[in-house]
Design a protein around this ligand. Structure first.
Ligand code: F6R
Length: 612
């Protein structure tokens, strides 16, 4: 949450900051600001609203300089407003700071500063910290880097901090704990970002700063130190990301582009791993730990949001194929309830960003208790991937739309491959089912392609149902997590209240909501429960509910009952969720667009939730 950018070098800093902030708006977009040092000294420009609004407001100003920092905010302490926007200046006006994260003991620090006569303009924890640093700098008469080091020893919480000091106009000082910080290395220049997108066209060499490290960044020098003031050797990684991957490529929205990328992203995820002809699945992270995974007493899968839905589907699949008990945990709940982790437990963390604070802390906690941590992550080099003992990347490429789409199907693909590989090693799947499921999985990209060709049908449905006030999503078995995911997509993109339920559970409460205004979306592909879900549809019809059903080709029963159907290619019930989620993503997208919503940046959300 919150995007941070910094530049120091020989180019104009401001355009780099603005472009970088626009690319990182997925991390938050309720206010924006930059701090620049030039002949006029240290100046902060900030404003409530998106990056483009700040850019517009600054037209005509002298912003020329080679050093600056910028921030796009997702509010934690204090409402979105001009005054709460970052950067924050210290009382003397000599320090400017941006921050991503939460300073948990800020109230205590604030009290100390108030007692010393400090006054605060904003409600943020950031303004407290910048003043706390200044107080130390003045009292100890030390350089900024040293004051920051001393301050951070008193700070609890998560942060990435970037600081400018008007008395040190050739340096950006940065620090990280718990939130991501990437530094791009150029020739006589350095770039800083929450991710690598601000630096893509300038360098492919990046350093992922570690927790508890301070970076002293000059145009031609990068020094990393730990909090003990010892120099650390920066580990330079090569960036495998092209500019085209973060552009809209002709689509109206990133979300639509990412939905349409799924044949390719699922294919990329399977490529080099699944060989249906040879009947093999090659996953190094799984192979390296195969004994532990096969002999595990229990898997605990930890995730949040959409990734939690992928985890829930994995529970159904792993229990069925591998006969290993699985518990699926909301990371935020797991971490605080003193979870029981026994010998033989394996922790699987699922996360698109690899930066979700709750998931990250939950796995750290499980790690302390000796469990093997297996990370299923999309963003290469992210914190969760680095905190895991082993793992598998989902290779979906950058997901910019705030609502997760292609990352979800890639997570499903990885989890299915993992389940199949472990089941095969363990001997809990019969050979012919294993071989058939490999073929089915390999065919998924083609089938997704076929679904996308009928997207227009969902656009029409989107128009028809755009004025709904509520919606209910129902599914049984493997389709239940997909019903949950469909409901989440609709509410976040269109602001229509939606709930997902196991189709049969609907009788125990939600059925009271059903009337002739309520669309009930059934995920009703052909599986073992088909006859049962047909009965559930009848129950909704009997109460005059509007039935929309996602069905398999060849189903001639449900079309006779439903108000609208969308047909998907036939697939084994274990692979079908990879297909049935696609029309639900598209339906949410089209309803959101028809309602005039900002589908790529829904209100109040941020893509990378780096606060608890
Ligand atoms: C919903 C969505 C969120 C994320 C959740 C976890 O569309 O994107 O629910 O799935 O915030 O994020 P990651 O997967 O990055 O840990």
């Amino acid at each position: 949450m919150c995007g941070i950018v910094g530049y120091i070098g020989h180019r104009e800093a401001y355009p780099i900051l603005i472009t970088g902030l626009k690319r990182q708006e997925y991390r938050g977009y309720d206010s924006t600001g930059v701090a620049l040092i030039n002949q006029e000294g240290l100046t902060v420009y900030k404003k409530q609203g998106k990056v483009a609004e700040l850019e517009e407001a600054l037209l005509g100003k002298n912003l020329s300089t080679n050093i600056g920092i910028g921030h796009t905010r997702w509010a934690t302490h204090g409402e979105p407003s001009d005054v709460n926007a970052h950067p924050h200046l210290s009382a003397s006006g000599k320090l400017a700071m941006i921050h991503n994260g939460i300073i948990e003991n800020y109230a205590q620090l604030k009290k100390e500063l108030l007692n010393k006569g400090y006054q605060f303009k904003s409600e943020t924890d950031t303004e407290v910290l910048v003043n706390f640093i200044e107080e130390i700098k003045t009292n100890e008469d030390c350089p900024l880097e040293e004051a920051l080091r001393i301050a951070l020893k008193r700070v609890s919480g998560a942060y990435v901090i970037l600081l400018l000091d008007s008395e040190q106009p050739d340096t950006i000082v940065a620090a990280r704990k718990g939130s991501p910080l990437v530094i791009g290395i150029g020739k006589g220049e350095h770039f800083l970002g929450s991710d690598a997108t601000p630096m893509l066209e300038y360098t492919k060499e990046v350093v992922y700063v570690n927790d508890y490290e301070i970076a002293i960044v000059k145009a031609d020098e990068l020094v990393l130190k730990n909090l003990g003031n010892e120099k650390q050797t920066p580990y330079i990684s090569n960036l495998d990301l092209e500019l085209a991957a973060i552009e809209k490529g002709g689509y109206d929205h990133f979300m639509l582009k990412e939905i349409h990328e799924q044949p390719a992203t699922i294919f990329d995820c399977l490529r080099g791993r699944l060989d249906a002809q040879k009947g093999t699945i090659t996953m190094k992270g799984v192979q390296d730990n195969i004994d532990t995974l096969v002999k595990a007493n229990r898997y605990i899968i930890i995730a949040c949001g959409t990734s939690w839905h992928a985890a829930l589907l994995a529970e159904y699949v792993i229990e069925e194929l591998c006969r290993i008990p699985v518990e699926v945990e909301y990371a935020s709940e797991f971490r605080y309830r003193n979870p029981i982790i026994r010998e033989g437990d394996v922790i699987i963390a699922v996360s698109q960003s690899g930066e979700t604070a709750d998931t990250l802390v939950a796995i750290e906690k499980a790690k302390e208790q000796g469990a093997l941590i297996f990370g299923i992550v999309n963003v290469v080099g992210s914190s969760i991937s680095r905190a895991s003992h082993a793992g598998a990347y989902t290779h979906a490429g950058p997901e910019i739309g705030v609502a997760s789409t292609k990352a979800f199907t890639a997570q499903l693909a990885v989890l299915l491959m993992m389940a199949l590989k472990i089941a095969n090693e363990k001997g809990t799947i019969d050979k012919s089912r294993y071989a058939r499921l490999l073929v089915e999985l390999a065919e998924a990209p083609e089938k997704v392609e076929a679904i996308l060709k009928n997207a227009e049908e969902l656009k029409v449905m989107g128009q028809k149902y755009k004025d709904s006030v509520n919606a209910l999503y129902l599914g049984r078995g493997y389709n239940f997590p997909i019903a949950l995911e469909g409901a989440l997509k609709l509410k976040e993109i269109s602001y229509i209240h939606a709930e997902g339920y196991p189709a049969a559970e609907m009788k125990h409460g939600p059925i009271a909501l059903v009337d002739n205004q309520l669309p009930v979306i059934f995920v009703a592909t052909k599986d073992d429960y088909h006859a049962k879900i047909v009965s559930n549809i009848q129950e909704i019809k009997a109460r005059k509910g509007i039935v929309i059903a996602i069905i398999s080709e060849g189903d001639d029963i449900i079309p006779t009952m439903a108000n609208d159907v969308f047909v998907i290619p036939p697939a084994d019930e274990i692979v079908a969720p990879l297909l049935s989620v696609i029309p639900l993503q598209l339906l949410s997208y089209y309803i959101g667009v028809a309602r005039g919503c900002d589908v790529d940046k829904p209100r109040n959300l941020a893509k990378s939730v780096t606060v608890e």
